[in-house]
Design a protein around this ligand. Structure first.
Ligand code: FES
Length: 372
């Protein structure tokens, strides 16, 4: 039911409004309401979004699935969206974006899965250290990758690796709503041992006859319902009616490029909705990284490691502004004044001397100078 102007405020919302009001903050004095609540329990703030870890489940060797309880400042999300998660590491606040995997709804219990990778400062920290009681900062839910409120009759959900989290949220949301349209869930993982949510997906498919589960284990042929990487012929076998479906896919750039090509070849782009995650450790296409990076405003010069400029700047002790770290929010834009960078999202090289670049998805190719 939707609240109307004549309805009395619900008790929890009213309490939230009172606790979150500027007037009470004024009366509370310099620490503010959040300051006092924090001293009782860090997750209890009502003005800054925070969440307490209530479970940390390590289902695969290189990932942790976190169950979180958000505080009263959390406004909710739509399935498929992501949030920025903040943690303090060695005295510095670090933020990274993670897609939520839980079913969307009014509740404050959230789930996200974090996968370790060689230079993933925050990811590795959470995979190693997250435990019940830890408090994380949260941003608001963001992103346009979400299923329409008028649910499509036919859906194809495609993911690879940890790209499964936003489409898992979509699947859980649809199942919680008893959506009875046809859903094909196609997931790529190296082998069954590294397939996040494997057991739950099987349980969902067992009790929801409208959900068809297809796994392709790229390094374990024969272990899933399909084999190998995505191709148009594989798609035609798995879901011959895919052209009639709304398709939502999340995965690395190579998978998304292949999907764009397949849907583009049949003028079906409007039915394809994509979310990319970019590994910040991708090396430039030429292989061994070369050249040096000059952060002109700071007077810092370093050897190019091949990682994206944002990671390299942070490794050099700088703290550039950043948000989503995957090319969506534009918080990290800064001016490059010389050199060539590769956009890891599109693969394109850019050599203009004075241009704005997103340093979270731009890897230097040779010598580069940026205004940082
Ligand atoms: S941090 Fe969001 S686009 Fe770079």
């Amino acid at each position: 039911m939707t609240a109307t102007a004549t309805e009395p405020p619900k008790p929890r919302r009213m309490g939230q409004r009172i606790l979150g009001s500027g007037l009470l903050d004024l009366l509370a004095g310099p620490p503010g309401v959040d300051g006092y609540l924090e001293q009782i329990r860090p997750a209890w703030g009502v003005q800054d979004r925070r969440a307490e870890v209530i479970a940390a489940d390590r289902r695969t060797p290189d990932a942790v699935t976190l169950a979180l309880r958000a505080n009263l400042a959390w406004e909710g999300f739509e399935s498929g969206q992501f949030v920025q998660v903040a943690v303090e590491i060695d005295g510095s606040r670090r933020t990274r974006s993670y897609s939520l995997a839980s079913a969307a709804g009014p509740g404050r219990t959230l789930e996200l899965t974090v996968k370790a990778h060689p230079e993933g400062l925050v990811s590795n920290f959470l995979v190693e250290n997250a435990r019940p009681g830890m408090v994380l900062g949260l941003g608001p839910a963001e992103g346009d990758f979400r299923i329409p409120l008028e649910r499509p009759e036919r859906l194809l959900l495609i993911s690879a690796g940890s790209g499964i989290t936003p489409v898992m949220s979509m699947l859980r949301t649809l199942c919680a709503e008893d959506h009875n349209g046809s859903i094909t869930f196609l997931h790529y993982a190296p082998d069954p041992g590294r397939a996040i949510y494997r057991d739950e997906l099987e349980q969902i498919a067992a009790v929801h006859p409208n959900v068809r589960l297809v796994r392709s284990y790229t390094r374990a042929p024969g272990a899933g319902e399909a084999d190998g990487h995505f191709s148009r012929s594989q798609l035609a076998e798995i879901d011959p009616g895919y052209a009639a479906a709304e398709t939502f896919a999340c995965g690395p750039p190579a998978l998304l490029d292949a999907l764009r090509e397949a849907w583009g070849a049949e003028d079906l782009e409007l039915r394809l909705h994509l979310e990319s995650f970019v590994s910040s450790t991708l090396a430039p296409a030429s292989g061994v990284p070369e050249g040096s990076i000059h952060f002109a405003n700071s007077g810092v010069r370093i050897e190019n490691s091949g990682a994206v400029l944002l990671e390299q700047a942070e490794s050099a002790g700088l703290s550039p502004a950043s948000g989503c770290r995957m090319g969506i929010c534009h918080t990290c834009c800064c001016r490059k004044t010389a050199g060539t960078v590769r956009n890891l999202s599109t693969g394109q090289l850019s050599s203009n001397d004075a241009e704005e670049i997103q340093i979270c998805i731009s890897a230097p190719v040779g010598d580069v100078v940026v205004d940082l």
